[in-house]
Design a protein around this ligand. Structure first.
Ligand SMILES: [Zn+2]
Length: 159
């Protein structure tokens, strides 16, 4: 499976979030051996949980699958640039590689707004690849917010 293949699975998670009325963001955690060990989609509304972003949901699932909160050698695929909370969780989990699709100019913590990921003062380094299926993932978010416009004054605040 290529990065694009795994990102397609993350997109399927994003679509599942959207079908449930959530902001469409999805994530997948892949083991060093290439096995999918965690899937997550944004579920903050359904769970009344401000931490239930796609990435944290996928990281929790992967931790349970491995029986270890350290996800050594694992790769996280996400349809959107992680926020500060998720970037922190990725660092705590010692994820080896992050692949994300679209940048998040409002909350991205991998360089767009903040640089939590690979901050020079932190000791864990993550190999970051951005832009995989970025146009597709951006379009999913854009169309979601376009449909929602008028219902919510600030839908981006849900991310
Ligand atoms: Zn997040």
């Amino acid at each position: 499976m290529t990065d694009t293949d795994f990102m397609e699975l993350a997109i399927a998670e994003a679509q599942a979030a959207e079908a449930a009325g959530e902001v469409p963001v999805g994530a997948i955690v892949v083991s060093p051996g290439g096995e999918i060990i965690g899937r997550g989609n944004n579920q903050v509304l359904r769970t009344s949980d401000p931490t239930a972003h796609a990435e944290t949901v996928a990281l929790r699932a992967a931790g349970l699958a491995l029986g270890n909160y350290r996800l050594l050698g694992c790769t996280l695929f996400c349809t959107l640039e992680p926020c500060a909370m998720c970037a922190g969780a990725i660092l705590h989990a010692r994820v080896a590689r992050l692949v994300y699709a679209a940048r998040d100019p409002k909350a991205g913590a991998c360089g767009s707004v903040l640089s939590v990921m690979n901050h020079p003062a932190l000791n864990h380094r993550v190999e970051v690849t951005e832009g995989v299926l970025a146009e597709e993932c951006s379009a999913i978010l854009t169309s979601f917010f376009r449909r929602r416009r008028g219902k919510d004054s600030d839908p981006a605040s849900e991310l």
